[in-house]
Design a protein around this ligand. Structure first.
Ligand SMILES: Nc1nc2c(ncn2[C@@H]2O[C@H](COP(=O)(O)OP(=O)(O)OP(=O)(O)O)[C@@H](O)[C@H]2O)c(=O)[nH]1
Ligand SMILES: [Mg+2]
Length: 458
């Protein structure tokens, strides 16, 4: 493979910046730019940091730093590669990169290092996707799941199913193709048990997609309430900075304001909305319309009742709207003003679908936020069980769905008493869908599309 190079660290001034090189001529290219004291990099120890000078094509020193070489095949990309640790100034990094280009490397495309790792069999596609997930993780749980997936947790689970189906298919054809060999016939029971195992595993995996999606994208969570109920204050308290304008003027928020936050370990896509009320003001009315449509598309609603003002008839509409979400939580705000006198909410004032939890809180005193976090954690449990074996993207879910459909067809064929070859045709469709999942048999254009979503240098 030709030799590629890229800056792997984020742009912007930093103490250290890393440049990566990978390809057949990685060491030759490196030795034209990096000059250690003593022997050239080609002869240095594998995986050992070496101090030296980085020089441009004219021989001028552009930086002093460290380099390390990794000899194929036991390294990230599976080919000869190296990393240069330079001073992190964007200009310095650019000069070193240009020197590498002058020495024979070319700019790496987005995700090209990981694509090479995949093509060289260093990782399967689920592990490569885990790299991307780890780079973009927005919550602790998402990061931990991606790290486990990178360690092969999902790959191993899929491989177990793949191998089991392969095994029955291979045995069947071995018996057919080599009738003289002493190969044990495949029994109907064996076919049935393999199909059952595969179906169970894949159904469970597909069931994890919802959790995987919550982990990666976050739960669309709308904050609803009358004007001045304290929605924007709660948004700010949850995200940890003044994201939305807060005033004591009813009708402050007009447009929806979105921000991500990790609440109780769950990533939420919080949507602050305009306070809901009847109004003559054209702009405010449009804002209220937006609140309603945000509520309609949200998965979780937190309905705020102004604790100081108490519950009013207007709140009923808000609660009704909130209760139409998949889950909703009732929160009484401004508890710091109540001196322990929480307003009573009669059962009749609540919508038919009761809230998953009722909490009282103060965004100002940052009080009562822990029960809210507990309630959210209870709704979206992200325990460590199954970590790394959640499906986290639609590509994975689609492949598992197709594999499952094929297995169901195989099962129907089995039940109808068809011959093993008819059953196995469907089982092979499942094998092929699973192969796509791990990338064993994936079209080149798809591989390209998947890796182009990575950043350059990874
Ligand atoms: N004491 C106290 N005041 C609060 C609390 N939360 C909000 N407030 C006050 O209530 C007023 C309204 O707060 P906002 O967060 O702007 O209310 P909102 O629901 O976003 O209002 P609109 O945007 O108008 O719909 C402000 O004066 C806040 O300081 C709280 O927990 N305790
Ligand atoms: Mg507001």
């Amino acid at each position: 493979m030709d030799t590629i190079a890229a800056i792997s660290t984020a742009s912007g001034a930093a103490a250290i910046g890393v440049i990566r090189i990978s390809g057949d001529d990685a060491f030759t290219v490196l030795d034209r730019v990096f000059f250690p004291a003593g022997k050239p990099m080609e002869q240095q120890e594998n995986r050992t940091m070496v101090y030296g000078e980085m020089r441009d094509s004219r021989g001028d020193v552009i930086d002093r730093g460290l380099a390390v070489r990794f000899t194929a095949p036991n390294c990230y990309t599976g080919e000869n590669s190296a990393e240069l640790y330079c001073h992190g100034a964007p200009l310095v990094l650019r000069l070193v990169l240009e020197a590498l280009f002058a020495a024979g490397a070319r700019q790496a495309e987005a995700g090209e290092f990981t694509r090479r790792a995949f093509l060289n069999g260093r990782m399967d596609l689920t592990e490569a996707e885990a790299v991307a997930d780890l780079l973009t993780a927005e919550s602790t749980a998402a990061a931990k799941n991606a790290a486990a997936q990178l360690g092969g947790a999902l790959r191993r689970r899929i491989e177990a199913v793949y191998e089991r189906l392969m095994d029955i298919s291979a045995r069947f054809y071995a018996v057919v193709d080599y009738p003289d060999e002493d190969i044990e016939d495949l029994s109907r029971e064996e076919i049935e048990s393999a199909l059952k195992f595969a179906e169970l595993e894949l159904t469970e995996l597909l069931g994890s997609f919802q959790r995987g999606r919550v982990l990666k994208q976050g739960v669309a969570t709308v904050l609803l309430g009358r004007p001045n109920a304290g929605k924007s204050s709660l948004l700010n308290a949850l995200v940890g900075f003044d994201r939305a304008i807060v005033t004591d003027i009813a009708g402050t928020t007009r447009d929806t304001v979105e921000e991500k936050a990790e609440v109780g370990g769950v990533l939420l896509r919080l949507i602050d909305t305009a306070g809901i009320r009847e109004t003559e003001d054209t702009v405010e009315r449009m804002g209220v319309e937006r609140s309603r449509s945000a509520a309609e598309s949200a998965e979780l609603a937190i309905a705020l009742i102004d604790g100081e003002a108490g519950i009013t008839d207007e709140d009923r509409g808000v609660l009704e709207l909130a209760s139409r979400c998949e889950h909703w939580i009732l929160a009484v705000s401004k508890s710091d003003k109540l001196g322990g006198n929480v307003p009573l909410i009669a059962h009749a004032q609540l919508p038919e679908k009761l809230p998953a939890a009722c909490v009282q809180l103060s965004s100002v005193a940052r009080d009562g936020l822990a029960p809210l976090e507990d309630a959210i954690r209870a709704l979206y449990p992200l325990g460590s069980e199954g970590r790394g074996t959640l499906l986290t993207n639609p590509r994975q879910a689609d492949a598992v769905t197709r594999a499952l459909h094929a297995l169901q067809r195989a099962k129907a064929a089995y039940r109808a008493g068809l011959t093993p070859d008819a059953i196995l045709t469907d089982a092979e469709d499942a094998i092929s869908a699973l192969g796509e999942l791990s990338g064993k048999n994936l079209r080149e254009d798809l591989v390209h599309a998947i890796f182009s979503r990575f950043c350059v240098g990874k």
